[in-house]
Design a protein around this ligand. Sequence first.
Ligand code: AQP
Length: 332
Amino acid sequence: MENKKLIFSGIQPTGTFTLGNYIGAVRNWGPLQDEYNCIYCVVDMHAITVRQDPVKLRQATLNSYALLMACGIDPEKSILFIQSHVKTHAELSWILGCNTQFGELSRMTQFKDKSQRHPDDINSGLFTYPVLMAADILAYNADLVPVGVDQKQHLELARNIAQRFNQRYGEFFTLPEPYIPKVGAKVMSLQDPTKKMSKSDENPNAVILILDDKDTIIRKFKRAVTDSDTEVCYREGKDGINNLMTIYSTVTGKDFASIESEFAGKGYGDFKLAVGEAVADHLEPVRTEFARLSKDKEYLKKCYTDGAEKALKYSQRIVSKVYRKVGFVDKG
Ligand code: AQP
């Protein structure tokens, strides 16, 4: 790999990507490929921290892989793979877990949220999820991790784990920095704009899926919850409108001031329709490319097999050094 900074990021195959995943994360991954060495993966091992139907998970993993490519990740420029294909992530996760405190993991808000949402399955994987995430990043000694704002706390934990390891065993891990977009770092639910838009939301109207067709996208935006005011402007307390303005701004490139003047004197109905159309048009090429790629199963298989091979080769070097540092005997 060239001598550039290294980026790592991953996405769970827990369903089709939402507009939140797209704007907060994936959309930014493609443009980074020229400036950085990029390693991206579909984190299927993270997905099983909540119950998954095996048949659906397998399909969603393959779809997510193809979707990443449709969103602009080029497997020739980046290392693009499926997490469970690369054993070093699980191996490093064990060692990092032995350098992570129970108390630190107990403070993670995602664990608290998800254990409330799945009270019948508060498994230890859900609890140690951030350790596996730290391993994903540290197995490559990544410099930067592009994520939405919801993952910031996990990334800070990854830094703390790396720092603790370095103190115990000598300087080794790079402390990864978050790379958070300025606009769209947290896209909110269309039905409850105080909550983030999430793949696993049970209300389909709350979430735009990036493979939704144009009519569905427009219909969901028309139903978006706003407020009893009529003015399209970005202001505290107008969570629904602020969210729609953020979305409109990221897909059109317009700033908030020009959006406010574009819709001055017009009602929310016109604005919601415009947002729906702009999003649907923006996502059209992704849908078309996804449809094309998903038919080419052989090509996809070649890409994820090559990707896993490269990822293993890269991370194996790092994890072998970690084994030596903690005192494991060389296999020879
Ligand atoms: N609403 C969001 N706004 C901005 N960024 C978001 N991300 C997720 N939701 C939003 C970013 O997407 C990347 C991949 O996320 P993930 O698949 O690892 O899981 P998640 O954050 O738990 O996403 P979901 O959609 O909420 O999935 P479920 O419902 O399965 O838990 C991350 O970089 C994240 O920041």
